[in-house]
Design a protein around this ligand. Structure first.
Ligand code: FAD
Length: 526
């Protein structure tokens, strides 16, 4: 923050000099006239940074695949600063593009704004931006700034013995960023994605209006923003559902040689009452070992056993299950776990268990991230492909994608995730897109590649495109999650399917000048 303030002060001086000069000259100074926001009030202009460092950060993201240079980066102090910035653009005869930047952890330039202004949401961070409350009608909930990281939401709510119920695998993502997508992890089968665990939001629309919305107040905006890829407004506050937090978790991994048995058991686990609190799964292959950045394997001995099995078969599947517990069921949790796993068809001798604190479990990726960071292996290109696959085609997907492409071509080390979710836990009125078929279950597939070198990046990107083509040819009606491969309006229409018309209508209503989140390339293709 200190650095940001320093930059703001420098920029303020720069801008003031430019403005004074422009008063005494018939022409505007180069700095002012080259930017799209010359009419901004001086107090807002002073929060813009055009310094090379600000621009560099805002021109990049976790993917390192796309680079788009904004004209400036905006460091708001209040929600109203953002509203006034958006309004200035909306009222201008030549509106400039604006993108909220959460933690820049998207992988395809979605938080960038070419020649426009990137709003650095972290600049809002301050005291009182995570508040826990209770009401008769809602129970416990937290009012959380859109810029907040989920790790901070976890830590603050845990101080009161509470926690949100639906998570992402990684917690250094912002509330506004994940709610713009869906926010999924192994709890989604039970509680739905993060977007279905929000009571209310404050949103700044593309007209610069600050609106509070919920299922009963401005519901059109509420449903539009959730999973809306930043197209209708900037989330400055979300009211999140909280439950009592468990203190510890029993964490189990079971290895399968057969994909059919693996998915059958996953589907069984997500269907039982009082079953697991978390279910995920992943592929283990020669190059994609049991130990990876998504979370280290439980023991070196177990790890080498699993890796040699993968080496023998070419590919094996790891089913990951978690049961939460606290002082109330500490005596019975082992029995509950045993009962839950009874009758599953994992390979004999290939069940591995661990007992960790709730917080360590949720924050499992961070530990691995820090290890990779220290080796310089985190800050590399990430040509990810995230898909939702209909349940009825998941066996075909295994054969034609996991085995025939990912395993045979052996181009990257993953991790590669595959786990099921229950359709009924999603709300069809929200913008988030899931497979069209009316099946009760669909799968989330995450091919989370890291690419060492740029040419490797192109090779993996080509593989991703091949996967999309194969799905098309085979009639596997996937939907992209965190979509980044669409280049035309027709492709977006196909992605949204029956939701496209509503999506377009909502855009016309809340962001008619198409100012917000241009980096998604839904309404702006250049
Ligand atoms: P950004 O990348 O900065 O922004 C993403 C989009 O949201 C942009 O279009 C931006 O303009 C818009 N946006 C940002 N803030 C706001 C706001 N306040 N209001 C409106 N729009 C906004 N996702 C999952 O669902 N599950 C996972 O398990 C998961 N694991 C991940 C692990 C890692 C290591 C990484 C890097 C990402 C993971 N993601 C996961 C993806 C993540 O949800 C996306 O990257 C998402 O974009 C959130 O990142 P962010 O908060 O940095 O938002």
């Amino acid at each position: 923050m200190a650095k940001a303030h320093y930059i703001i002060v420098l920029n303020m001086i720069n801008n003031l000099i430019s403005m004074i000069l422009s008063k005494f000259t018939p022409w505007k100074t180069t700095l002012i006239s080259s930017l799209p926001y010359e009419t901004l009030p001086v107090d807002l202009a002073s929060k813009l940074c055009t310094d090379a460092n600000c621009i560099k950060t805002a021109s990049s993201d976790f993917g390192k695949l796309v680079q788009e240079t904004p004209s400036a980066v905006f460091y708001p102090s209040t929600n109203s600063d953002i509203a006034r910035l958006v309004k200035s653009s909306y009222d201008s005869s030549s509106p400039f593009k604006i993108a909220a930047r959460g933690n820049g952890h998207c992988v395809g330039g979605q938080a960038m704004a070419k020649d426009g202004v990137v709003v650095e949401m972290s600049s809002l961070n301050g005291n009182g931006r995570i508040r826990v409350s209770w009401s008769d009608s809602l129970g416990f909930y937290a009012d959380v700034g859109g810029e907040q990281l989920w790790i901070d939401v976890l830590r603050t709510t845990m101080e009161q013995g509470l926690a949100p119920v639906s998570w992402t695998d990684y917690l250094y993502l912002t509330v506004g960023g994940t709610l713009s997508n869906a926010g999924i992890s192994g709890q989604a089968f039970l509680h739905g994605p993060q977007i279905t665990n929000v009571h209310e939001m404050d949103v700044i629309t593309g007209k610069g209006d600050i609106m509070t919305c919920s299922k009963s107040l401005h519901s059109e905006l509420f449903y539009g923003v959730l999973g809306g890829l930043g197209q209708f407004g900037i989330i400055t506050r979300a009211r999140i559902v909280l439950h009592k937090a468990p203190s510890r978790v029993k964490w189990v991994r079971m290895i399968y040689e057969d994909f059919g048995s693996f998915t059958k058991d996953q589907e069984h686990l997500i269907s039982i009452n009082n079953g697991p609190n978390y279910v995920e799964g992943s592929l283990i292959m020669k190059k994609n070992l049991a130990n990876n950045w998504r979370s280290s394997f439980f023991s070196t001995l177990g790890e080498s056993k699993v890796n040699s099995l993968a080496s023998k078969h070419g590919i094996v599947y790891s089913l990951e299950v978690v049961k939460y517990y606290d002082e109330f069921n500490i005596q019975t949790v082992n029995e509950e776990l045993e009962e839950m796993l009874k009758g599953l068809s994992f390979k004999n001798g290939f069940k591995f268990e661990k007992d960790v604190s709730f917080e360590d479990f949720l924050n499992r990726v961070r530990i691995e991230e820090l290890k990779l960071q220290s080796k310089g292996l985190w800050d590399v290109p990430h040509p990810w492909l995230n898909l939702f696959v209909p349940k009825s085609r998941i066996l075909d997907f295994n054969q034609h994608v996991f085995i025939d492409i990912v395993q045979k071509q052996n181009k990257s080390s993953g991790p590669f995730l595959v786990y099921p979710m229950n359709r009924k836990k999603w709300d069809g009125q929200m913008s988030a897109v899931i497979p069209d078929d009316n099946e009760d279950v669909f799968y989330s597939v995450g091919l989370l590649h890291s690419a060492g070198k740029i040419d490797n990046c192109k090779i993996i990107d080509d593989q991703n495109k091949e996967i999309l083509e194969v799905c098309d040819e085979m009639g596997i009606k996937i939907k992209q999650y965190l979509p980044r491969y669409y280049k035309t309006k027709e492709e977006w229409m196909k992605q949204f399917g029956g939701k496209w018309n509503v999506f377009e209508e909502r855009k016309a209503k809340y962001d008619p000048k198409m100012i917000l989140s241009p980096g998604q390339r839904i309404f702006n293709f250049n």
